[in-house]
Every structure is written in C-alpha cells, then in structure tokens.
Design a protein around this ligand. Structure first.
Ligand SMILES: NC(=O)c1ccc[n+]([C@@H]2O[C@H](COP(=O)([O-])OP(=O)(O)OC[C@H]3O[C@@H](n4cnc5c(N)ncnc54)[C@H](OP(=O)(O)O)[C@@H]3O)[C@@H](O)[C@H]2O)c1
Length: 402
C-alpha cells in the first residue's frame, strides 16, 4: 500500500497539495469499478507534446497536461518509469501516417499529440475488468497502439491487454526498449514470415522443427536485433547485414554470418549464402529490393510498407489500393522471371498479447536482451529524439522518468 500512496503522492494538483483525505479516498477505492471523475480535473502531469506537424523543435514540454482518465473496466493507469524512442516517433512529428491514424482515432482530438510506444511503469490504478494478477504497485512493461496517445508523459491509461509483468531478467530501462521493436519482429517472422506455428509457440514444444535459414537486413537496429534473437531461439541459421562496426554486436546477439552492407561485394555475398526461408527487411529497403538481391527465398517480408505514406497522399481508399497494387506488382515480377523467388509481403507492428507473452518467455529464459545505446533524462527528450533521427544507433534510446 505504501507504494500506491507514494505513487499517488507523486501526482500533481495544480496550485495545491493533495490532501490526506483525498489520498485515503483514492487508495481506498483503487480496486473498485473505475469512475470517470476519480481524479479531479485540476490534476496535472508533465509530458512532451506536439501541437502541429513539423521538425523535432515542435516538441514542447508541459507540466500542465490533464491526467488521462480510466474509461473502460479493462484499463489501467500506469506511472511511467522508462520509455523508449522509436524511429516512428520521429516520423510522426512530421505528420507520417496522420490520415490513417486520424481515421483510427474515431474523432479523438489529434493535437496536442503525445508520442512514445513502449514503456515500463508501475500500476497505480486498475479498472474492475483488469486481470486479477495485475495488482496495484506491480511493475509492468507495455506497448501503446499507434493511434493512441503515447507514453512520453508521467502517466498513461492503457488497456490491460497491452501490458504484462516486466521480465525480471531486464532492468526497467532495458525492458522499456523491447516491446515495440520486439512485436514488430515477432509479427514479421511468425505472422508474415512463417517462422513457426504461431498457435504452438507459447508451449515448450512450439519451436520450429526444421532449421530455417533467415536473413535479417538491418540487424543492428531495434527491430533487427529483436528479430535475430527470436530467430536464434527458434534454432534458425541467422545471416545478418549491418555496417562493419556492428560486427561485435551481431555476434553477441548470436548471428551466424554477418555481412557488411557497405562492402562492394554486399549483393554477391547475400546471393552466395542463399537460398533463404525468410528475408526480413528491417533496413528500410522496401519491396523492390526483393528483385535487386537476385536470390531465392520463400518469403521476403519488409517493414517499409507504403501504406501510411500512400494514405497520407491519396486518402484511405486510394492509398490502400496503391499499397495492394505495389505488392501485386512486385510478386508478379517473380512469377514472370520464373525464379525460385517466393512471396513478397508486408510486416507490421501488432500489439498482440500473444506476442507480448512470447517475448516475456524469451526474456524469462535469458534468451532476450535489449542493447541500450544511451539513456536520457526526461528533460533531455529533444536531444534523445534528435539522436534517433540521426540513426546508426547501437541499441535503443531510452528516456528515464524514474
Ligand atoms: N511497418 C511497421 O509497423 C514498422 C514498425 C517498426 C519499424 N518499422 C520500420 O522498420 C525499420 C527498422 O526500424 P528500427 O526501429 O529497427 O530502426 P533502426 O533502429 O534505426 O535500425 C535501422 C537499421 O537499418 C540499417 N541501415 C541504415 N541505413 C542503411 C542502409 N543505407 N543500408 C542498409 N542498412 C541500413 C542500420 O544499420 P547501421 O546502424 O549499421 O547503419 C540499422 O541496422 C525502419 O525502416 C522502420 O521505419 C516498421
């Protein structure tokens, strides 16, 4: 109970202190059904927001943000301890995906917009429908769907299906960098790439039976480094590309064969190690690279889908049609050339409970690490976003709110 009170005391009330009566009321009703007006409207939190699209200088710090309210019984309120910054956050400042995301928001206000997709924090309030094993004071890791307000703020309300207990093997900062990239890699390898049986993979016997050959393009990045570890756990033979200075990192992650993408012989090296069951593009090459590499594969999965860009430029319907057309075109090329090329597919981040549990299982078995490039204090978020924008990271960029 002390930790709950400490958390609650951490909340700010504009212009006044929280009274002892309010704390008792709040602590006393914490396990009851959520009531919309549980927190006074005057209660504020701090966070980073944008008020219009543009460059990183659009980010503004505010300590006058209304604390989000629990609206559904299955939701929980979390005090954020650490959160990561992903390339998507930087892209969203520029308006990336706004057309589709506004459709998904179903009338929720677009601005001010808070970014941040994955976090570690403490549960300070839970709806009556939240799972019983999620208790007040528990430390959880979680992820925020892309159309929801992000977690680069002191508090977050999210559905309990997007959180689970933080794995013990990872520090708060490490764990906060896993889920957005990890769920993207998981969905690309299992749902698009057919690495193994998605229904069996939570059981101990669910690992891929045949040793698959997996090539990961951009293996030193957030998504790529998660994909390497998943593929290794599934006993695949892992080939990976990154720049030469990431070679040590790749071998530490368990890559069998590293290829330098700046080497003149890059394409011929990829070709000589083929064929591959799965090629996972985590380097932004897109679908056309499947033709450039001229080697056989069963699935080529790219995370650089033009869906969001196309819907930004051509609207929801026009953009979706263009997206489908580009995939059909790329796959038709393979058929015409009559090579051993398989199917070109998109991969997407999916905030699925099954994926969160899978990644937790790997971490609990000490089979998942999160390499942290640097940790920034919450007040230095602008520098941290700039570091992500500059790219060529050696691990994740983390914001520390503890
Ligand atoms: N569709 C989705 O839902 C979804 C979700 C998440 C991410 N993504 C996309 O997936 C990609 C990876 O995301 P991330 O978070 O892992 O990004 P990241 O951490 O910035 O990693 C990027 C990787 O690409 C490599 N790279 C950079 N420039 C390259 C080049 N010219 N040629 C070859 N490789 C290059 C980097 O290697 P070096 O550092 O060694 O240069 C690094 O390994 C991004 O394009 C991102 O937008 C899509």
């Amino acid at each position: 109970m002390n930790s709950i009170l400490k958390s609650v005391i951490g909340l700010r009330v504009k212009g006044s202190c929280i009274s002892g009566t309010f704390i008792r009321t709040l602590a006393g009703c914490a396990a009851e059904a959520p009531r919309k007006k549980e927190f006074p409207r005057t209660m504020k939190m701090s966070g980073w927001e944008i008020h219009s699209y543009g460059g990183i200088d659009e980010l503004q710090f505010s300590d006058n943000i209304r604390i989000p309210q629990i609206q559904q019984g299955s939701e929980v309120m979390i005090r954020i301890k650490a959160a990561s910054i992903n390339p998507l956050d930087v892209d969203m400042i520029g308006g990336y995906g706004a057309a589709l995301l506004n459709t998904l928001r179903r009338g929720d206000i677009e601005f001010p917009l808070r970014l941040g997709r994955d976090f570690v924090g403490e549960v300070i309030y839970r709806g009556i429908g939240a799972p019983r094993n999620i208790k007040l004071g528990d430390t959880v890791w979680g992820v925020v769907p892309v159309h929801k307000q992000g977690c680069h703020s002191e508090y977050l309300v999210t559905d309990s299906s997007y959180i689970s207990h933080k794995p013990q093997s990872l520090s708060d900062q490490e764990a906060s960098g896993v889920l957005y990239a990890g769920l993207t890699a998981w969905s690309g390898l299992f749902l698009s790439g057919d690495l193994g049986n998605v229904c069996n993979m939570l059981r101990s016997g669910g690992r891929s039976e045949k040793k698959k050959r997996v090539l990961i393009l951009g293996a030193s990045g957030g998504v790529g480094s998660m994909a390497v570890q998943i593929a290794r756990y599934e006993k695949a033979q892992v080939f990976a590309t990154a720049s030469a200075d990431a070679k040590e990192l790749l071998s530490q992650l368990g890559v069998d064969t590293a290829i330098d993408y700046r080497d003149e012989q890059f394409l011929s090296q990829i070709h000589s190690h083929g064929p591959y069951d799965i090629i996972l593009d985590c380097a932004g090459y897109g679908p056309t690279f499947a033709s450039t590499i001229k080697c056989d594969f069963t699935s080529y999965v790219t995370f650089s889908s033009p869906l969001l860009k196309n819907t930004d430029s051509h609207g929801l319907l026009g953009g979706s049609i263009r997206n489908a057309m580009s995939l059909i075109e790329e796959n038709a090329k393979g058929r015409v050339q009559n090579t051993g090329r398989g199917t070109v597919k998109w991969g997407y981040f999916l905030p699925m409970k099954l994926g969160i549990e899978y990644l937790k299982k790997l971490a609990d078995r000490n089979q998942l690490q999160c390499v942290v490039d640097s940790v920034y204090g919450f007040d230095r978020a602008i520098e941290a976003y700039q570091r992500v924008k500059d790219g060529h990271l050696r691990g994740k960029i983390i914001l520390d709110l503890s």
